[in-house]
Design a protein around this ligand. Structure first.
Ligand SMILES: Cc1ncc(COP(=O)(O)O)c(C=O)c1O
Length: 454
């Protein structure tokens, strides 16, 4: 529950006396840009964290914030969730990692298979990136084809093929009916670009046409049912239907990337939207806040990992795969997430989206909200975007989001500017109303740049 007396007190990171500023100048001497993740927000410098408590974070200058980031949606129970702390403490006292399997990993695998449709078999890895990578390798081995298709603007981690067009913009994204394959980093091999077909999310006709044209080389299409970095876009039913039809007709596998969206419900996100994947990549919440990923799916596809009869088609190892600390933390977190917990989170999410929308209507502001369950994004646009191109921000809109994020932090809320906001189980109605009130105060202040007030 918010201790409002402490919210927002203390030095801001940019101020000369702040400890964040001191930490950042030390960080800059050892890290290329002062940090070790490109995703760390900085305005103008990063905020260094001292500790977390439930739904709250306390920075090194003693300022307290309601955390809507939760390490990029991972911490569904917030910070230092007691069952996770206990499970990790117990496990580390019996050993951090072994070259042998543990019974714990079977328990977590059984729990996940019991909840998530279309997972017959599963393998654990250490990150969502690895889960995506092995899902793609499995599809290649199973189909004997090497190319993949992905949706423009969708984020799937740091494996080269899925990085293609992750940050495409108007200057290089090409025609809407034939999106270009755009390099994400300087020096990305042309071979990767040539083997990655980029599709427009929610455009059924173009997706079907482009896949048909390239069908013989495609192993799989990777799709996040609600791509978050691309705008947390609601998937259209006819789009998913077209995707199924073209994949089934051409023996192309569907990989659902639910690394983030698994938190939409007890059984994840795919069933909610009628998506029927052959393989799934999952992560984040299943590790209780520790590093984890998993690839699961149809038994015949997952058989590519089977080393029972010698070298498998896809050898998958990993020093830290299924490490018992992550598995123990994940079990504690997932056991606490029963259907009731998901329903409660969803009700809080619905309330927050309703209150934000009511404030937007009241002030006749050019904002909108997308998302579902415990996830949401605020866009500086009057109509909810349906595609990555519609969700992309102009320089003026980026300024508006920067101003909004500053307003939120100034009032004690950490609000991810370019990513999905999320709720966690320690939050309550008062926290939700607090976020809505702070947003409404931003609209009421009426200091929006001209591009917003239309
Ligand atoms: C949809 C999606 N896929 C994959 C990943 C990569 O996961 P990780 O950061 O654990 O490698 C992320 C991370 O944010 C994600 O949101």
């Amino acid at each position: 529950m918010a201790d409002l007396s402490k919210m927002g007190a203390g030095a801001e990171p940019g101020s000369i006396e702040s400890r964040s500023r001191q930490a950042f100048s030390r960080g800059r001497s050892v890290f290329p840009d002062g940090t070790t993740r490109v995703t760390v927000e900085r305005d103008p410098i990063p905020r260094y964290i001292d500790h977390g408590e439930g739904a709250y974070l306390i920075d090194v200058d003693g300022r307290r914030f309601l955390d809507l980031n939760s390490n990029f949606t991972t911490l569904i129970h917030g910070h230092a969730f007691p069952p996770v702390v206990e499970a990790v403490t117990r496990q580390i006292q019996s050993g951090a990692c072994f070259a042998n399997p543990t019974e714990l990993e079977i328990e977590l695998a059984e729990l996940l298979r019991g909840r998530i449709p279309r997972i017959d078999k599963i393998r654990f890895v250490s990150t969502g990136t690895e889960a995506v990578m092995f899902a793609i390798k499995a599809a290649r081995a199973f189909t004997g084809r090497s190319a993949i298709a992905k949706f423009e603007g969708a984020y799937h981690g740091a494996y080269d093929w899925v990085e293609v067009s992750q940050a495409a913009g108007p200057q290089n994204w090409g025609a809407a009916e034939r999106p270009s394959s755009v390099a994400y980093y300087h020096g990305m091999p042309q071979a990767v670009l040539d083997e990655t077909l980029v599709l427009p999310f929610n455009d059924a006709a173009t997706t079907a046409k482009r896949v048909e044209e390239n069908a013989s080389s495609l192993a799989a299409i990777i799709v996040d049912p609600m791509p978050s970095r691309a705008g947390l876009l609601w998937p259209k039913a006819e789009f998913l239907e077209a995707l199924h039809n073209v994949c089934r007709a051409n023996d192309i596998l569907i990989i659902a990337d639910e690394v983030l969206n698994l938190r939409q419900g007890f059984s994840g996100a795919s069933p909610r939207y009628g998506l029927e994947p052959d393989v799934l990549a999952i992560g984040k919440i299943i590790g209780g806040g520790l590093p984890i990923g998993a690839v699961g799916g149809r038994a015949d596809v997952m058989a590519v990992f089977d080393a029972g009869a010698g070298r498998p088609l896809v050898p998958q190892g990993g020093t830290f795969s299924a490490n018992p600390i992550s598995i123990a933390a994940g079990l504690a977190a997932m056991r606490a997430l029963d259907k009731k917990a998901f329903d409660r989170l969803e009700a809080l999410g619905d309330r927050l989206r309703e209150r934000l929308n009511a404030a937007i209507s009241k002030h006749d502001a050019s904002f909108c909200v997308t998302g579902a369950a415990s996830l949401l994004r605020i866009h500086p646009k009057s109509v909810p975007p349906e595609t990555y191109r519609q969700a992309c921000l102009s320089p003026g809109e980026s300024e508006i989001m920067a101003a909004l994020a500053r307003h939120f932090t100034g009032n004690g809320i950490l609000f991810p500017r370019d990513a999905a906001s999320c709720l966690s189980t320690p939050m309550n109605r008062a926290d939700i109303d607090f976020v809505a009130d702070v947003f409404e105060a931003f609209l009421a202040a009426g200091e929006l740049p001209q591009t917003v007030v239309q």
